[in-house]
Design a protein around this ligand. Sequence first.
Ligand code: PMP
Length: 426
Amino acid sequence: MTARAQVDVFEKARTFERLEILRAARELDLVPYFRVMESPARPIVEMEGAARIMLGGNNYLGLTEDERVIAGARDALERYGTGMTGSRLLNGTTAMHLELEAEIADWMGTQDAIVFTTGHQANVGTLGTILAPGDTVIVDSGDHASILDGCLLSRAKLRPFRHNRLDKLEKMLERSTQDGGGVLVVVDGVFSMEGDIAALPEICDLCERYGARLMVDEAHGAGVLGARGAGTSELLGVEDRVDLRMGTFSKSLASCGGFLAGDADVIEFLRISSRAFLFTASGVPAATGAALAALRVIRSDEGRALLGRVLDNARYWRDGLEERGFAVVAPQPLPPGADPADVVTPIVPVLIGDDWQAGVLWKALFDRGVFVNTALHPAVPPGGALLRTSVMATHDRPMLDRALETFSTVKAEFEAQHGPLPGPGE
Ligand code: PMP
């Protein structure tokens, strides 16, 4: 008789433990995920039949409906059609891809840049290629999943350290010098859930001391922080000390795609050997055209005004939440000499603690016309559930005031039933 597989490979899909929780949450309509949008990503969206204030997006500058960005997408669509149906290596490179790469390198102040089809692929395609078995990669535990995916793919030795703990980073660097191979440290510039900033000057000092290279994921920093909007590295004055700077088009750049900027030899190596670059179709023309147009807006005087506006809104929103007794997670650490009250990113997370309570609060806000994100375990440590809010340059004060009032009402009702939520400073 022919031997047969002893278990059904699909069994895990039926016994997945989170499925049970999801089913229970669905019964109560408490699931904050896969909600259906019926309008563009704008300050007030149409979502599942109602208007809701959007405080859970990444369209930080509000450029997805900017007429120049739409024109960039439309011109590209008309010129090149809906898709190039080929990889960058073969028939998928257009003049726009090259222009975009040159413009990004100029913006980041690097020798060169390479554009990937998504930001996720930029991380996987860089780390999976530049690292090899025998190398060591040191990552902050708060780094984005795509960083971890790239590290795992490379089969380099992975050494994670506790979020933002530089003493732990130094221990890992010490150990890595014994590992024998090359060493790369990878951190998010702005952490996507906590909204805090990596201590880049100190991390650069450590990397230089131990002979390690440094890569910074600027997904949430590029197009937001620094006078030119070039990200956390610019804000903290370390642009020329960071070896590789990754970014996405799916946030401030109002499109879809990703990039890696750095020295010409590394970028050229990626162009000819990164599998996530070579073995996938190039970004569709409309996405590439939109990203190029958005980058040009960001680099104009008007773009600089937008950067100011999104951070002003973030300050107003954060202060409003704190005044109403919420535990806002403060961005730490601060750039040298900065006033803590001044340092913000558009991501303003509110600590709730318990996953289920975060779901209940999320639903109460949703029903009253405010959409936020929830970050539950395993996206955050156990007991660290967050309502992750984020603001746009195009939110106006009456919208933010209305959302603050809604937060207050929901908090009062919740506390009357379930007891106090964490407060400021917790
Ligand atoms: N890095 C970080 C820090 C992110 O937050 C994201 C997206 N959420 C990515 C990388 C991946 O980017 P994309 O969505 O463009 O694939």
